[in-house]
Structure formats: structure tokens, C-alpha cells
Design a protein around this ligand. Structure first.
Ligand code: MTE
Length: 881
């Protein structure tokens, strides 16, 4: 499509140019410049990229406890709708540069976001208590007025960053982060040590425990760090109330949070209410049962049955491990090697832990036999190189400090000739203490601190090199790890599941994973769909996994993902989501909630004939099935205009074709996020019918207005998070264009010389498919007249492509646009599509040589129908999509 878009997945190859890479950078300006104007030494350092704070609450969030939090729809949801755990698409994150906008900054919420009204911010209070001589309560207003304010760039990283790689090897107890669980911001606030000093810790105090305001199934979120660290100015531990110069957004701890540089994000408590000094580490449930790397041999069952593993502080994690990832080439990026520039720039990010600087980043294209040194850009240094100055109401607290608390960006140019001969690209970082990323993944029950060499594979397809990242976040399929695992490779054999030339692979290590039993032996009850539906309620939600019925009522309060996710599954078959998200431990808990088995007929009804996987597990060559619903995943959304999007769906595998004949439609089935009722509509994708692996659907969103309620389906689609499944069925439709003037109407063939296509608004999509088929076949003698009606110029969908068809096929394609609200300089037709326009442009030719294809809103179709009949067109020549 030749449409100008806000791409979410930018697949642009990054070609050679000047090194080192230059992240978006700004000279300090505006207010800051005034403060600096006496100085000649104007410091250059990156300021945050332009932020577009989301203003409306997404439909998906409206029925959750976070119904007060506006969010950016580009974020990939990792744990279903709620609680909100998200990362940005990796390319989008990297493209923002050194600093991340708050709307794309990763979020890790264990539960609901506390609601704090703006007017209550100044009076937000927190306490400093425990082993102190002088317990105090401080309001945010006092914190800002009475304590020295500082601003510093700090990278936060979730300990689960890159966990999906572990989950592909063997499911951990954690959900699947990709490599974008990391973000950087300028934080403003005061040093935590200042408030603690005023409370006067007594000698016995060793730890600072923190507690947030978010009430969770196991108490308030809390954790601890050592008091010594807090008091060390080099560690820069802060209480922050601003992020990139603006008040903290709700998801990031509004109005106050801790920011613990160099340590896993889990220590940076949001919505901070308490600092408690103790002589022992925190006894908060989340401190004990989260953020640990247990020894690799501790299985999920062992960790569940023997709590002493969790209480051993040697396994608690604080400082981050050295890590790096490749951003470009992006996942599934393709590099055309015909006429390609000589070099390709491979680039990405790296970070170290506890303030340790990344001192080298190395890249290998021969499986680690040899390495090349990449350039590193430490944007953090540009803050360091300057002098003390004010930024966002805090003095810039970097110049004196030696530690490195931010990620760095690395880049290396590799000759394309050499990439052609390579099978993969590997990257590893080393810090100043020579801590280097390991080759092999260290699997552990929580899947945290995953930091093996980041590897992307290269496959050669005709004139292209295709790059594949190890995984995709959340349930999004794809990545070489999944592919290798599916084809029987042992990912833990030391060679990424592959054979290295000339080296005998080690004997494959059998994965010791046994299927977890999720049913109770003495439960024999057979449950019908009617009984199940009686429990489609918030009070007693029953749901189905693998045909077995579970009563989630008793677990509503205890569910780590919150009650909402159980309620959302009530009355439904949630096998896919359940199996993908839950750990072996969670599965082992299921017998306690097992109430019976769904009878055979009900299973069929529930899944409405969901396509049964072929028992041979052969991949299906064609996606659509006209009797059964099949699932595809929302891969990306591209904004074509403020109300129109291209939804790109990933089919079951890269070689699969959609299976939609030209001129036919498919049905899409969604659940209304609020009422959960199923909504079904038909659409015609705009992607080429021959495209494999994906289907693109152009949708105009009908938003609510003051006058009328918007479109249920289009609003629900707009609210869909990337990575979620949608159901498809088809093809449907009585018309098919077979090519070279041959049409089939209800399978009866008919030849035409001319097609007149009349459409309005998004009615263009089936017309577009047929027109493209005619125009792309230079031997097709059929002529086409397109009469396309819209309100405004910007409402005309696919205009660029339509114009190209008309321009390149002057003899075969006459393209007419008519606008009801055309601008003054509009040279096309004006007015609605009605009798006068049709009389002029829809002229009858010889008997039977023309068909008129019509698609648009009901009113348009009706008026066109009667006008054409009046003009003598028989119904047999008219086709309403
Ligand atoms: N603080 C509270 N009160 N509740 C939480 O759920 N999550 C922690 C930490 N602080 C959490 C919290 C985790 S695990 C991480 S990684 C960071 O917040 C994430 O910060 P962010 O959401 O602002 O990126």
C-alpha cells in the first residue's frame, strides 16, 4: 500500500552511514537555556522525545479496575487485559532514542492502579517509620519544597526482560516479556537518603522496606533494599515525582515512587506510601516470592512444595546482570541483496548492573568463533560532560557521578557480502568488571535476569536475507526458538538447537517436562453448556480448559492476575490463553477448582466448530475454513488517518495463504470488551490475495459521537491489543472474479467486457480487490469505471493506490471521485451518488456485457438500486456485495 502511515513495526533496513549512531538529540533549550545563558559551555544532551499523552481510556480497560487510566494502544499486553503489563514493539522503543516517552515506557503492574486525583497530589503522604528515632510523615508538597530536587536519567529494567526465551525452552512461572522490558527516563525528585536521615535511623537498622498503595491478593506491593545503598550518594536512589519533566503518569507511580538505579525494576516501588527501616530484609509476600533466581535444578513443583527456597536471600536479585539485544535488523526484516548498499548497520542496546559501565559490545556472524568490536554510544556521558544546572525543577545530578545507570546504544557496520554467508548474528556485552553475557541460557523457575547472547538468525530467500529474532513477546508466535523447538531441535544443546558444521552436537538433553494433571480424580460430573452459561457471572465464574470445567469463585481474591482475568473467562473456553500464560505450578493448582467435564455436544457448541488441529500436526496450507472459525493474531495496527487503521493479522505460519478468492469476503468474530457478547461482521482484506503468512484489513473506526453511538465492531477492533487472537471464517459471498472478464455469480460463470464499480466510504475494499485483479493483469481486456463517493477528500480510502491504477491503465480504468463536502479547489465530481450522477457515468452498453458492482452503506445501495433499475439496468446485471 502506498499510504503514509504511523508504522508500528518499522521494517526499514538500516544502512551504512556515519558511526557512532546518533540517537535523537537536542540542545538544551527554552527555559533551561535561559537558566544557562550566562554560561558559554552549553551542554548537549538528549532531551525526551515529543510525547503524545493518551487522553482517552481504551475500550479494553473500561471494564477493569484501571478504567481511569488512559493508555497507548501500541503497547503489547503480556498478561491479557488486566493487570497491565506491557512492552512497546522493540523497534518503536529503540526508535524513540535514549529517552523513552512515558506512553511507550514498559509497565509492570501487579494489580490495579491506585486512583489519585490531581488535586490530591500535594497532600499525598508517606511515612518513614520502623527503626528510626524520629518517625515522620511527609506530604509530596513538603518533599518538593523542603528537600533538594535532583534530575537524572535512569534506565529501569524489569527482571523478566527477555523471559519469553526461557518460556520457549521450558515454561517458567513468569509471563513472556520480549526484549523491550526496559526504558529510560529523566527522573526528578529528591534523594531517598535525605528523608531517611531526617528520621534518624537507629544503629540496628540495615534495610529500607518500601510499600506501595496498590492492594493486591497478598497484601500491598512491597520490597526492600539495603540501608547502606540508600545512604550512598553514588547509588543515586531517589524518590521521584516527575518523569521526563512531567508529573508521573498513573501507570508509573503517580504521584510518587522510588527509583533504584542499576537494580531490577521490581525494587522501584510505585505509589509509595511507606519507608520502613528494619534489621531484616522485607517480609512482604512480593519480596519473598518474586524477583529471585532460584538454582536451575529447582523445578516449579519443588519450589511450590518447599518454601525455604524462597526465603534464602542468596537467591534474591538486586543489581541487574549485563545484557544486550539487537533492535535492527528487526524481527522479520528483509534485506534485498540485489543492489543493496555495501554495508548493513546492525544496532541495539546494552546495559550493565549496579552502575557498572558497559565497556564492550561484541558481534559475531560465525556462531561465536570470532567477534568484532562494535561502537558504543553512551548518551548518559553527555549529561556527565556538562556542569551542574537545572532541569525540570531539579539540579542535574550526573556530572559528578562515576556510575552508569543508563542503557547505551551500540552499532556496527557489517559488509552485506559477509552477511550473505552468515546464518546468524550474535551480540554480547561486557561490563567494567568484565562480567560478560553467557552463551547459554540459565533457566530458572521465575525466568528472571535472562541474558544469554542475543541471537538473530538469517535465512536466504531468493534475493532476500530474512532476519528472525529469538521470540516475539506475549502470545505472539514467531521467532527462531519456537521454530527450532517445533522441528524437534533441543534448544539447550549448546548450539541453539542446531548442528554446527564439523562439530558433533552433544547428546540432546531430554526435557524433563511431564504434563501437569489439571483434573481431580473423583470428579465425574458431566456439565452441559446451559449449566456453564449459568455461571457466566462475576459471582461464580466457571470456565473451560481442555474441555474440563473449573469454578474460579474461590480463587477470585487469590489470583495473582486479579479477579478480572477469571471473570473475563467466565462461560468461555479459555484453553489457549490459559495454557499459554500459566506456569506448571498454576496448572498443578487446577484440580482444586475442577467441577466436571463438558459434554461432547457442548464442547462443539462452545468452540463453534473451532478448527481441530490435524492430529499429524501438519501445518494447514490455507487459513480460511468456511465451516469453522480459525484464529489469527493481531500483529500490528497502522494508522492511515485519525479514524482509519490497517489491522495486520498473522496467520498460523509464514507459508500459509489466506484462501480468499478475489471478490469474496471473510467474517471476523470478536467479543465486545464491555458486554462480552460476540460480534461478527464481514470484511474484505486489502492485502494481495497471494500474500502468505499475513492478511491486512482496512477498517474505518466509527467512534461514539454526541449524536450517536459508534460502531460496536470497529470500536472493539480498535481496542484490541497487539498479540491477541481474533476468529475468522470464510470465504463468503456470491461473487467471484476469476480473471480476464470472467465472473462467477453463485458459481455460475459469466463473461463481461466492462465492470462498473460503485462504492461509498469503506465499501471500497471488495471493489479494490476486484479492480486490482483486473489492473494487475495487463492481458485482462476488461474496462472498469469506478464511482467512489465520500464526504471529504481525506475520507477517500486507498486513494493513492486507486490513482496509480488509473494512471497506469488509462485505457482500462476510469476513476471518478465524488465528494459531498469537497474543498473549494476540488476538481472532481460533487454531490451524492444518485440518479443524476449515475445517468451520466453509468451508461448501459450492449446487452449483458457489463456488470455493476455496488458496495457501501445501506442508504447508498438502496438509492443506487432504484436509480439503476429506473435507467433500465436489470437486477441480473447488478451485484450488491
Ligand atoms: N510498585 C508497586 N507499588 N506495584 C507494582 O506492581 N511493580 C514493580 C515496580 N514497582 C510494582 C511496583 C516492578 S516488578 C517493576 S519492573 C517496576 O515497578 C516497573 O515500573 P514501571 O511500570 O514504571 O515501568
Amino acid at each position: 500500500m502506498g499510504i503514509t502511515t504511523d508504522e508500528e513495526h518499522i521494517d526499514t533496513p538500516h544502512m551504512e552511514g556515519e558511526l557512532p549512531p546518533t540517537p535523537p538529540e537536542t540542545v538544551v533549550d527554552g527555559e533551561e537555556r535561559k537558566e544557562n545563558e550566562d554560561s558559554k559551555d552549553l551542554t548537549l544532551f538528549p532531551l525526551p522525545p515529543t510525547s503524545n499523552p493518551p487522553t482517552s481510556v481504551l475500550e479494553v480497560d473500561k471494564k477493569t479496575p484501571d478504567a481511569h487510566v488512559p493508555r497507548d494502544p501500541r503497547l503489547i499486553r503480556l498478561t491479557g487485559v488486566h493487570p497491565f503489563n506491557v512492552e512497546a514493539p522493540l523497534s518503536a522503543l529503540y526508535n524513540e532514542g535514549f529517552l523513552t516517552t512515558p506512553e511507550l515506557f514498559y509497565v509492570r503492574n501487579h494489580g490495579p492502579v491506585p486512583l489519585v486525583e490531581d488535586e490530591d497530589i500535594p497532600t499525598w503522604e508517606f511515612t518513614v517509620e520502623g527503626l528510626v528515632e524520629n518517625p515522620i510523615t511527609i506530604s509530596l508538597k513538603e518533599l518538593i519544597e523542603d528537600y533538594e530536587q535532583l534530575t537524572a536519567p535512569i534506565t529501569l529494567v524489569c527482571a523478566g526482560n527477555r523471559r519469553k526465551e526461557q518460556n520457549v525452552v521450558r515454561k517458567t512461572k513468569g509471563f513472556s516479556w520480549g526484549a523491550a522490558g526496559v526504558s529510560t527516563a529523566l527522573w526528578t525528585g529528591c534523594l531517598m537518603s535525605e528523608v531517611i536521615r531526617r528520621a534518624k535511623p537507629i544503629r540496628r537498622a540495615r534495610y529500607v522496606c518500601m510499600e506501595g498503595a496498590d492492594k493486591l491478593p497478598n497484601g500491598y506491593y512491597g520490597t526492600s533494599v539495603k540501608l547502606n545503598w540508600v545512604m550512598d550518594p553514588n547509588r543515586g536512589i531517589m524518590l521521584a515525582h516527575k518523569m521526563n519533566g512531567e508529573m508521573l503518569r498513573p501507570d508509573h507511580g503517580k504521584p510518587l515512587r522510588a527509583v533504584i538505579p542499576g537494580q531490577i525494576g521490581g525494587r522501584s516501588v510505585k505509589w509509595l506510601k511507606k519507608l520502613i527501616l528494619t534489621d531484616q530484609p522485607s517480609d512482604n509476600w512480593y519480596h519473598i516470592y518474586d524477583n529471585r533466581v532460584l538454582p536451575t535444578m529447582v523445578s516449579p513443583e519443588e519450589s511450590a512444595s518447599n518454601p525455604s527456597w524462597w526465603k534464602d536471600d542468596r537467591y534474591a536479585i538486586y543489581g541487574l546482570s549485563t545484557n544486550s539485544a539487537i533492535a535492527y535488523p528487526a524481527h522479520e526484516e528483509q534485506l534485498c541483496i540485489v543492489g543493496a548498499p555495501q554495508k548493513y548497520r546492525v544496532k541495539g542496546y546494552a546495559y550493565g548492573g549496579d552502575g557498572r559501565r558497559v565497556t564492550r559490545v561484541e558481534v559475531s556472524i560465525d556462531k561465536g568463533k570470532t567477534w568484532r568490536l562494535s561502537n558504543i554510544d553512551y548518551a548518559e556521558d553527555r549529561y556527565r560532560e556538562g556542569y551542574e544546572q537545572n532541569l525540570y525543577g531539579g539540579s542535574l545530578d550526573v556530572p559528578w557521578r562515576e556510575s552508569s545507570f543508563c542503557w547505551c546504544f551500540w552499532a556496527i557496520d557489517i559488509p552485506v557480502e559477509e552477511l550473505k554467508g552468515a546464518k546468524d548474528i550474535l551480540v554480547r556485552a561486557m561490563d567494567e568488571s568484565m562480567n560478560i553475557q553467557p552463551r547459554d541460557l540459565y533457566w530458572s523457575v521465575l525466568g528472571m535476569m535472562n541474558n544469554p547472547w542475543y541471537r538473530i538468525t538469517i535465512s536466504h530467500e531468493n534475493d532476500y536475507l530474512r532476519f528472525e529474532h529469538p521470540t516475539q513477546p506475549a502470545l505472539i508466535p514467531g521467532g527462531w526458538m519456537e521454530r527450532v523447538k517445533k522441528s524437534g531441535g533441543n534448544l539447550m544443546n549448546g548450539y541453539w538447537g542446531e548442528r554446527i558444521d564439523g562439530v558433533e552436537p552433544e547428546a540432546p538433553v531430554e526435557e524433563q517436562v511431564t504434563e501437569v494433571k489439571m483434573t481431580k480424580d473423583d470428579v465425574n460430573q458431566v456439565i452441559t453448556i446451559d449449566e456453564l452459561r449459568k455461571h457466566d457471572t462475576e459471582e461464580s465464574p466457571w470456565f473451560v480448559v481442555n474441555g474440563e470445567v473449573y469454578d474460579g469463585t474461590a480463587f477470585l481474591n487469590g489470583h495473582p492476575g486479579g479477579a478480572q482475568s477469571i471473570i473475563s473467562a467466565a462461560g468461555l473456553d479459555s484453553t489457549d490463553e490459559f495454557m499459554a500464560i500459566h506456569s506448571e505450578t498454576a496448572k498443578a493448582m487446577m484440580p482444586a477448582y475442577h467441577v466436571g467435564s463438558l459434554d461432547e455436544a457442548s464442547r462443539r457448541v462452545l468452540s463453534e466448530g473451532e478448527v481441530q488441529q490435524d492430529p499429524s500436526n501438519e501445518p494447514r496450507p490455507v487459513f480460511l475454513n468456511s465451516r469453522n472459525w480459525t484464529k489469527a493474531i493481531l500483529h500490528s495496527k497502522t494508522n492511515v488517518s485519525w479514524d482509519t487503521r490497517i489491522f495486520s493479522f498473522k496467520l498460523e505460519h509464514d507459508e500459509q495463504s489466506l484462501g480468499l478468492p478475489t471478490g469474496q469476503h471473510l467474517m471476523i468474530r470478536l467479543r465486545d470488551p464491555v458486554t462480552r457478547e460476540a460480534i461478527i461482521r464481514s470484511y474484505t482484506p486489502i492485502s494481495e490475495t497471494t500474500r502468505k503468512g499475513y492478511a491486512d484489513v482496512l477498517v474505518k473506526i466509527y467512534f461514539d459521537t454526541k449524536e450517536r453511538e459508534g460502531g460496536k465492531m470497529t470500536k472493539a477492533m480498535d481496542a484490541l491489543p497487539i498479540g491477541h487472537f481474533i476468529d475468522f471464517k470464510g470465504p463468503i459471498g456470491k461473487f467471484e472474479y476469476l480473471g480476464r472478464g470472467v465472473c462467477a455469480i453463485n458459481a455460475v460463470k459469466r463473461s463481461v467486457k466492462r465492470l462498473i464499480m460503485i462504492c461509498g466510504g469503506s465499501g471500497i475494499t471488495p471493489i479494490f480487490q476486484v479492480l486490482r485483479a483486473v489492473m494487475q493483469d495487463k492481458e485482462d481486456p476488461t474496462t472498469c469505471v469506478v464511482l467512489n463517493g465520500n464526504r471529504l477528500v481525506e475520507d477517500i480510502l486507498c486513494k493513492e493506490d486507486l490513482d496509480v491504477f488509473a494512471r497506469d491503465n488509462v485505457d482500462r480504468c476510469k476513476l471518478l471521485y465524488t465528494l459531498t463536502k469537497g474543498p473549494e479547489d476540488w476538481t472532481g465530481l460533487r454531490g451524492r451518488i444518485g440518479a443524476p450522477l449515475l445517468k451520466e457515468h453509468c451508461i448501459k452498453g450492449a446487452e449483458g456485457d457489463t456488470m455493476v458492482l455496488i458496495c457501501g452503506p445501506e442508504a447508498l445501495e438502496k438509492s443506487v438500486h432504484s436509480a439503476l433499475n429506473e435507467q433500465g439496468w436489470p437486477d441480473s446485471d447488478l451485484l450488491f456485495f
